[in-house]
Structure formats: C-alpha cells, structure tokens
Ligand binder design. Structure first.
Ligand code: MRU
Length: 365
C-alpha cells in the first residue's frame, strides 16, 4: 500500500542491505512511522513478542525471514530445528506463524546446510508474495459482497462497515484481509464508512486501523468497544467484517478479544458477520475452536495501563486501575461458526462449515 505516494509492504528486504529485513514498528503508530532493521533471529523473536510486528499473516512472514537470519549464523540441522521451535513459541494463537515455519522446515530440511541460506531467503520471499496475492484476491471477493449490499441502499446513503482490531495491510504483507475489500470499494468510488472498534487493551483499532484508513482517505469513525451493539440496534451497521488468527476446519474463528461479542450483537440484529482470511489461517487439524485453539494470555500491564501521546508529545503510558487490583488479559476469543455468516478467502466466499471450506479447498478432505 502507499504512504505519501510511495508503495510499501509491511516487511521487506532492501536491495542495498540484502541480509537484513525491515518492518514498521507498530508499537509507535499512529504517532510515529519508524522503520526497524532486524539483523538477527533474536531481533525477529523480540519484534513478534513485543508486537512491533503483529497480525497473523505478518508474523508468519516475518518469522520465515527470522529463520533465514538464523541460518546466516549457523545453517546446521540443529540450528534450523531449534530456531524454528523458538520462533514458533513467540505467540501461540495465530496458526500462520506455525504454518510459515513448517513450510520453511519442509523446504530447507532436504537442502544441504551450505545451500540453505539463499534457499531460506527465497522461500520467505515466496511466502510474502503469496500472502500479498491472496489478500488481493480476498479484497476482490469481499468487494462483491459490499457492492451487492450497496446496491440495496438508497442512492447517496453510505454503506456502514464495522471492524474490530486491525486486519489491514500492516497486519499482513500487503492489502490486509478484512480491510482489503474496503480499500477496493473506496477506490472504486463506493460510499463506504467504517466504524473502527478501538480494541482494548492494545487499541489496534484506534491506533492502527484508523491510521491505515485515514492514510488511504477512507471515511471512518473510531468507537469504543462497547458501542457496536448500540450502533447495530439503530441501523448504523450494514455488515461486520473482521480478520482472524485461526479458523478450525468446522469454521470456528479465533480473533482479537471482543470479536465474539460483536458476532452475538450482529446475530441479534440480523446483520451479516463475515470473516476474511487467507487459507494459511485455517488449522485443518482441529474442529472445536473453543476447546482446541490456544488463547494467548498477555501481560496484565496492557490492561492496567494505556499507551498514548503525552502532552509533551512523547509516547508513554498511564495507569488507569488502582495499584493493587489484579488484571486478566486474554488476547483472543473464539466465535463459534454458527454466528459467522460466511468466510471470505482467496478462493472465494463460503459458509463457515467444514463442507463450505472443503468446497473451496478440496485437498484437505
Ligand atoms: O494481537 P494482534 O494484534 O496480533 O491480533 C491481530 C488480530 O486479531 C487480527 O484481527 C488478525 O490477526 C487478522 S490479521 C489480518
């Protein structure tokens, strides 16, 4: 996507600096657009755990490059296996991380150690290119849904889309999942408006989605996480579209904490609730999301404190709870498939069911 007229991806290798990788430091947005240069596998692991990079497809792509960086130092079998295990443990919920590392291992294991480094960079780049292409395809399929809804509206009325967390281009290599159809609709002149859930505790909606949409000129309004149900009851939401960190073969959806409540409110108000994902987010090995998807528990300090720009212009955090009140911080929840209207994938849209998914991806029967 473009920032001030220049095209960027969310992770890239600079032609003048071939062995390092570059990312945007997402902990600094929307206040400061800082590029970070990662040169070791430890840098990559830190970037993922500290959420300098985040979003399911992006952490998979960055971890793939992390393995390439590790092999530059030591390309032995032991290094390959140990670093893949270390990177896979950086965040537990998004399956894309494990998917990318397994793909790297399958590619690299048969290659002699002395040839592994260039093969690793090449495979990581292929993962990035495929992610960008898949998200663009998701955008086209999702666009059709938006066009159909817009056609039912009276002339001049805006189409209101609600989204949760950030499933935009900086959560993927390019385009985004949930936001890709919105970018395409806006670019085609559709009158779209996005309700952006702030997405406590880390505020990915308020900080990242609002920044992305604003940079692209897409009309949007940030709302508190608790406002969505009210908006739906008052006819202010035409469709909900979110991304996901893991979808089971039955169509259960793990996404940022609070997604489930939006799905419940959407069902109560008969509003379509769609989930956009590349097929790399499907965990074909499990069916019951509530039982089997591991939910990341993050630091209590993310709940007890809020980060923002201080009056002196510096980025800092302030405490919002009493000194001794404990806080719990489950980072994701699972929306059961029965609450999901459908899935938007790179192969098209389908019901959130095993047969729906297998119809698009028959190799997984
Ligand atoms: O904790 P995060 O910020 O990595 O969580 C991200 C999300 O929940 C996104 O909605 C999801 O990864 C889909 S990204 C295209």
């Amino acid at each position: 996507m473009k920032i001030n007229g220049t095209s960027f991806r969310s992770v890239w290798v600079d032609e003048k600096d071939l062995w390092s990788i570059h990312i945007f430091d997402q902990t600094r947005l929307p206040f400061s657009l800082d590029i970070l240069r990662l040169t070791t596998v430890q840098d990559v692991a830190h970037a993922i755990t500290s959420m300098q990079v985040r979003g399911a497809p992006l952490i998979g792509a960055v971890a793939a490059y992390g393995l390439a960086l590790a092999l530059r130092t030591d390309s032995s079998d032991t290094s390959l296996e140990q670093n893949a295990t270390m990177l896979a443990a950086t965040r537990p919920t998004a399956i894309n991380l494990r998917w990318a590392l397994e793909r790297m291992l399958n590619t690299l294991r048969p290659i002699p150690p002395e040839n592994r480094v260039s093969a690793a960079y090449a495979e990581a780049l292929r993962i990035c290119n495929e992610d960008a292409a898949q998200n663009e395809a998701i955008g086209k399929h999702g666009l059709k849904l938006l066009q159909d809804l817009a056609a039912k509206k009276e002339k001049g009325q805006r189409l209101n889309i609600l989204t949760h967390c950030n499933a935009g281009w900086i959560a993927t290599v390019d385009w985004g999942t949930a936001l890709a159809p919105l970018y395409m609709a806006h670019d085609l002149g559709l009158n779209v408006h996005v309700w952006v859930d702030e997405t406590r505790p880390r505020n990915q909606g308020a900080a990242l989605t609002a920044w992305e949409l604003g940079s692209h000129g897409v009309p949007h309004t940030v709302i508190t996480d608790n406002a969505g149900g009210h908006m739906m009851q008052h006819g202010q939401v035409d469709i909900v579209i979110v991304g996901t960190d893991r979808v089971t073969r039955n169509g259960d959806v793990a996404n940022k904490i609070g997604t489930y409540l939006k799905a419940l409110a959407a069902q109560d108000n008969k509003i379509p609730f769609w989930v956009a994902l590349p097929s790399t987010t499907i965990d074909w090995r499990i069916a019951d999301g509530i039982r089997d998807i591991p939910i990341e528990e993050r630091a209590a300090s993310e709940v007890t404190h809020v980060q923002g720009r201080m009056t002196d212009g510096k980025i800092g955090s302030v405490q919002i709870t009493p000194d001794h009140s404990p806080a719990a911080n489950p980072a994701f929840d699972v929306t059961p498939s029965r609450l999901v209207t459908g899935l938007i994938t790179e192969k098209g849209c389908c019901p959130a069911t095993e047969s729906g998914l297998l119809g698009l991806f028959p190799n997984h029967t």
